[in-house]
Design a protein around this ligand. Structure first.
Ligand code: AMP
Length: 426
């Protein structure tokens, strides 16, 4: 293997130290919002038996047909998870979580894998935050998960978004609607893209959300599902809309929104951002009342969504919110052999006080060390010379701002003095 081959794979990205702070902020916010909503974390393995997705996501979907990373192992075929809901349902059943009283609310955060053409906002390994509610068929669950998703975005500073809403009915009204769609598209088929021609037979709903210009034009007058909903589905949809309106959440009804996965029924939704390009969805989801049964469990309603973390980070960057690198606060600069040992001891005191502290290991001139302190973005440098140490003092140098300068401080007061200098950062 040549060195050129030793590069990250297309559609994968290293998350470098400069970016890791952004990730921690967004993931930390996700965890705290979910916890405040009463959702508990679940972590499932990154691979599952392929059947979990074939049955869960649906054999006719793009994901199962062409986007899965599947491997033949000694025992069976396994697949790197392309999405989180089917594995969560598998775990929900395996651990008898459905037998617990009441509604079960779970969230997950982690990498997903899809063999897609890499482009801006679309990777082969990407990360999702997802939430799932099991056991509640009522519209309140739909509205609350949407509210949670919007609150997550708000807390990471993303407030300008559009919420698109639709209902894709249930087993009662679906066959009638699909027939209407097939009738509508039948004569138009020759003018549709190859994908749509292929989908016509097995997954005609997906024709509605094809992004090809021709297909969009041909679909302009397609019958809308909301006009074919059975009474129960229509009532459910009305109530979701009423709840959202009552919460002051604005939405746009989008009859073309059908989502790419087979398991959805009734409410489907997507939240998009104008700050993104063609791949503009921040989170998307819906109700999946039949999924638990499809995977071998008892009839259990469910609703949830998944959000792309990379896309949220992209929006934060576009709107100028992305935080810079994690700067170290204090840089300790030992000059001399006695000072070297003492430096670690003093660093320990700062760290115990919650102050991030770096000790210079390399024996270099004071000038070179201060340059490093600057490069690291340190706010304060503590200079330890053998002579000063013998007198029980050190030099504290402010690296920036007003009062940039140096003072001599007794070792016993170092933490206190530096804390004061760092001021509001603590
Ligand atoms: P889905 O699981 O397809 O409903 O996607 C849910 C969310 O995950 C989307 O709204 C995106 O934010 C994100 N997402 C989906 N696929 C990718 C991908 N290939 N790369 C990056 N983000 C993705």
């Amino acid at each position: 293997m040549t060195l050129a081959n030793l590069q990250s794979q297309p559609g994968t990205k290293d998350i470098l130290p400069e970016e890791a702070g952004e990730w921690r902020f967004v993931e930390g916010t996700a965890r705290s919002v979910c916890a405040q909503w009463g959702f508990r974390e679940i972590r499932t393995p990154v691979f599952e038996a392929t059947e979990v997705f074939e049955r869960g996501v649906g054999g006719a979907t793009d994901i199962v047909q062409k986007e899965m990373f599947t491997f033949e192992t000694h025992e069976r075929r396994i697949t790197l998870r392309p999405e989180g809901t089917a594995p969560v349902v598998r775990a929900f059943l395996e651990h008898g979580m459905g037998s617990q009283a009441g509604q079960t609310k779970l969230y997950y955060l982690g990498p997903m894998f899809r063999y897609e053409k890499p482009q801006a906002g679309r990777q082969r390994q990407f990360h999702q935050l997802g939430v799932e509610v099991f056991g509640a068929a009522e519209p309140g669950a739909d509205a609350d998960v949407i509210l949670l998703g919007l609150e997550f975005l708000k807390r990471i500073g993303i407030t300008t978004t559009s919420l698109l809403l639709n209902s894709i009915g249930d087993a009662t009204c679906r066959p009638g609607y699909l027939q209407k769609l097939r009738d509508y598209y039948r004569d138009r088929l020759p003018r549709l893209c190859e994908d749509c021609q292929r989908r016509y037979g097995r997954n005609v709903l997906r024709l509605l959300d094809c992004k090809q210009e021709n297909c969009q034009r041909e679909g302009e007058k397609a019958p809308r599902y909301v006009d074919s909903l059975c009474d129960a589905c229509a009532t459910h949809y009305e109530e979701v809309k009423r709840l959202l309106s009552g919460l002051g959440i604005s939405f746009r009804e989008e009859s073309r929104l059908v989502r790419g996965l087979d398991y959805y029924n009734r409410t489907v939704f997507e939240v998009t951002s104008g700050a993104l390009g063609a791949q503009d969805a921040l989170f998307g989801g819906g109700r999946y009342d039949g999924l638990v049964e499809t995977l071998g469990g008892p009839a259990t309603p469910g609703v949830g969504w998944a959000a792309g973390i990379e896309r949220a980070l992209l929006v934060r960057k576009k709107i100028g919110l992305a935080a810079g690198k994690d700067d170290v606060q204090v840089y300790i600069s030992p000059l001399g052999t006695t000072a070297e040992g003492k430096a670690f001891e003093i660093a320990g005191l700062f760290r115990a006080a919650g102050i991030s502290t770096e000790v210079e290991y390399r024996r270099r001139s004071l000038k070179a060390q201060l340059r490093s302190a600057n490069d690291l973005g340190a706010r304060v440098s503590v200079i330890l010379g053998d002579r000063e140490l013998a007198e029980g003092v050190a030099a504290v140098k402010r690296m920036e701002g007003e009062g940039k300068g140096q003072e001599t401080v007794p070792l016993g007061q170092l933490v206190e003095v530096v804390k004061k200098q760092l001021g509001g950062e603590q």
